[in-house]
Design a protein around this ligand. Sequence first.
Ligand code: HEM
Length: 483
Amino acid sequence: MTTPAPDQSPADSALAPPPGCPAHGLGLGADSLGAGGLRRLYGPEAEADPMGLYEKLRAEHGAVAPVLVQGDLPAWLILGHRENLDVARTPSRFSRDSRRWHAMQEGKLGVDHPLAPIAGWQPLCNFADGEEHERLRGAVTESLARFDRRGIRRYVTRFANQLVDGFAEDGRAELVTQFAEHLPMLVMTQLLGMPEEYGPRLVTAARDMIKGTETALASNDYVVAALRQLVDRKRATPGPDFASWLISHPAELADDEVMEHLRLVLIAAFETTSNLIANAVRMILTDRRFRAHLTGGHMTLPDALEQVLWDEPPFTTILGRWATGDTELAGHQIRTGDMLLLGLAAGNVDPAIRPDPTEPVLGNRSHLAFGGGPHECPGQDVGRAIADTGIDILLTRLPDLRLAVPEHELRWTSSLMSRHLVELPVEFTPRRPKRPDEETRATTVSTPVPEPVQAPAAVAAEPVQVQVPQRRRSFLDWLLRRR
Ligand code: HEM
């Protein structure tokens, strides 16, 4: 089958399925069907239950399904595990360059189209193929590789303790905003070489940008201005940080390329890692079987994270790949310029590789959460280190951590590419924050603070207290207490 043009069968658009159509009884109303009777990957029904929608598509079409994305533009969603890897690993057939998209060439993606910010081509490694991709990505991966893992974990330990100190005395906290979103950004600002005072403001700005609120543009301007200032400072005074290493990399990136790749790394790391932390803590707090595997010693915390990466990958789909020529995939005819979405969450539960998705994966890392092929996430070890060390500290500092609301009251928001917990309210026995003469010793990090960047109104500055722990109890202690 070929992707139907969006204007094909206009009479079918938004109509209920005709009598006898297999779409009956699938629980989807007319809102979910668009041009050509294709299912929409957006809208209230799709966003309420994306996994349910993927299974309907799999039942109807197999490993690859024709779908509609925002504006009823046609695309292909890859549902099979093997097919996702085939597409990701064959850049000669499936390019990363969105300028190949026929919808783009036909002018269907105006500046105010909801997908324009993520699909609009930019001179970044995640839109590049071949030699240009190698040049830009090489600079990113080789600069990331210069961090030693213990150094990264030291930052995570320091900031995780500091965040827990912020709410330890209250006996309750909301872990999405007070922990999961802050930790990756605080760590990333350190890795990038930014003064940590930027961390909290960047969390607010980045969150605002991604959510596309009215202040999104102002927040983007704030992030760009802060990063531009960083590039200027690091060119003048390099340090042992990602920004300086990117600037001095033999690929000789121009200042704009450096700034844009710093922004890419910041956003790529923030959204995904905070999602992983929130999903993993929720699973540990709510899923008895999951916890039993941990307490029984069948699963370590890093193994538990892999299980979460299988079951709730931070990106549910990746947009996208574009066909370089007419080709065939899982029995479907793909045309030049068609868009394909990597269905990471769907591929992870493909019955061909996981006949029983409730069976634990026990540390198996062959999930699709980090994509695959030449664009596979280069920051995965950093993301794992932040999540693993951060959760370990949270649970060992608050040994009786528990959910403060019934599990069914937890709410989620979904978009085309991800699904987020809105809030994770928890309670615990109030504890004093750590003092320098107890387990941790406070140290002030004297990173020089640059001239302030004008922050948008939505971005509030918060002072950051920094503490470096001297020793900590283990994650195992927390688990044993839970028995
Ligand atoms: C748990 C956390 C993370 C997850 C689940 C994740 C997932 C992903 C995925 C699915 C892709 C797209 C791969 C593809 O197109 O095939 C990607 C790309 C990327 N990620 Fe991550 N990521 C995470 C953390 C990070 C971190 C911490 C960094 C930086 C330190 C980072 C930097 C990047 C970059 C630069 C790309 C673009 C690579 C390219 O196009 O060549 N990510 N990530």
